[in-house]
Design a protein around this ligand. Structure first.
Ligand code: ARG
Length: 418
């Protein structure tokens, strides 16, 4: 008789390999492994083989790069998503999609539980657990790291005892998470915010001293808020991200770090490499500034912030996200056009742009033309616009003058002798 099944999100690394065996033993269950390709660039065939070698009863490899880009990264572009003004929420975006696939596979396989490799200290467990609970409340969620008592050493010993291949690169103290939208590096010396991150952690971006001397210009075309072409050549969503990642990475663009507030109450020093995200977000913002009114811009900033925080905090499934997107998508109707970015020595800056929906009007704005905009109108406008502020200064002056008069009276009035 076959045993009950657990679906494990399997990356092929040491932790999830140990988990695979540990679940078989501890839960007396069969394990079905699932490896999701969000563009992390791993050798998926090798991972699958490893899973079979460790005794899974079934394995799934799913290439979700296009779905990830269109359904998860695109909304983040439209929302100019930067958590705490710095982090393009790359890891945050992949979790709800992976969770959704875990649930799908669990339902196909008739599994009673799903398992993931998150620790009890991070945001990822929140993102996985909330999404899984929302999509299928009957599934048990197992996060072995929250349960087992291993430290690094005992985990390696246990792995060797169970014939789990321990990679030679195990010395690397870093926890890395990658997808098309970015790369996060945590752990080891990086947990000391007062120390500069060592050079070896960077993989997607050149050191500034190794970047090209000359700047490079790239034109990103947008349609309704999302990138659709590079240098006027239409490309598929995944290729655009890959191309901009490598182009911007070559120029050392997209390294960022900050002190981050995790959802689980911790502060942590977080480091990212996000060449495409930094470049595309800067271009998108620039185009928005050309086609949206100031009032849309100011409101959107708040909605964007709300959307970003909600997603970072693991609530992808909350209906508020859709509500906010109704506003955001409406603003993106006219975000069609192009922006040329100058890539040079670690920076990606917009240097020219154009759109059929541009609200910029040369005939209105130019110092050289005086046909449409009557400069006399400015006088009346300024009088009313500044009226409250000027009024308050007039009052302030009146009070000071009153005080001065009282002061003078005090000094000049002879005091009675006591
Ligand atoms: N701090 C980031 C976030 O919460 C990155 C998480 C990276 N995850 C990982 N398992 N290394 O989104």
């Amino acid at each position: 008789m076959s045993k009950k099944k657990i679906v494990l999100a399997y990356s092929g690394g040491l932790d999830t390999s140990v988990m695979l065996k540990w679940l078989q033993e501890q839960y007396k269950s069969d394990v079905v492994s699932l490896t999701i390709d969000v563009g992390q660039g791993d050798d998926l065939k090798k991972i699958e083989q490893k899973a079979w070698d460790l005794g899974v009863v079934n394995h799934y490899t799913m290439d979700v790069r296009k779905e990830f880009t269109v359904e998860y990264v695109y909304p983040a572009i439209k929302a100019n998503a930067l958590y705490m003004d710095t982090y393009p929420i790359s890891s945050s975006l992949s979790r709800p999609l992976i969770a959704k696939k875990m649930v799908e596979v669990a339902e196909i396989e008739g599994a009673y539980a799903v398992a993931h490799g998150c620790t009890g200290k991070g945001n990822d467990q929140v993102r996985f657990d909330v999404t899984i609970k929302a999509l299928n409340p009957n599934l048990k969620i197992i996060a072995p790291v929250r349960e087992w008592k291993f430290d690094r050493n005992s985990e390696i010993i246990w792995a060797k005892e169970h014939n789990i291949p321990v990679p030679v690169t195990i010395d690397s103290p870093y926890s890395i998470d990658q997808n098309l939208w970015g790369r996060s590096i945590e752990g080891g010396i990086l947990e000391h915010p007062e120390e500069i991150a060592p050079k070896e952690i960077w993989e997607w971006t050149n050191h500034i001293e190794d970047t090209p001397k000359e700047p490079e210009y790239v034109t990103i075309g947008f349609e309704k808020g999302v990138p659709t072409s590079i240098d006027a050549v239409e490309m598929d969503p995944v290729s655009i991200l890959e191309k901009i990642n490598s182009l911007a990475g070559k120029h050392g663009i997209g390294r960022c770090e900050h002190m981050e507030d995790r959802t689980v109450g911790l502060k942590s020093r977080e480091i990212y490499e996000v060449p495409a995200a930094e470049t595309i977000l800067a271009a998108h913002k620039d185009l928005e500034k050309m086609v949206l009114t100031v009032h849309q811009m100011l409101m959107k900033r708040e909605i964007d912030h709300k959307w970003t925080t909600l997603v970072y905090q693991g609530l992808w499934v909350d209906p508020l996200k859709k509500d906010l997107e109704a506003f955001i998508n409406s603003t993106q109707e006219n975000v069609t056009g192009w922006v040329t970015m100058k890539l040079h020595k670690g920076s990606a800056k917009p240097v020219k742009r154009g759109s059929e929906y541009s609200l910029y009007d040369y005939n209105l704005t130019s110092f050289d033309v005086n046909i449409k905009y009557d400069q006399h109108d400015a006088i009346g406008f300024i009088a009313l616009w500044g009226l409250p502020s000027v009024t308050s200064w007039n009052l302030k002056r009146k009070i000071i003058e009153q005080k001065d008069i009282e002061q003078v009276q005090k000094v000049t009035t002879p005091q009675k002798n006591k």
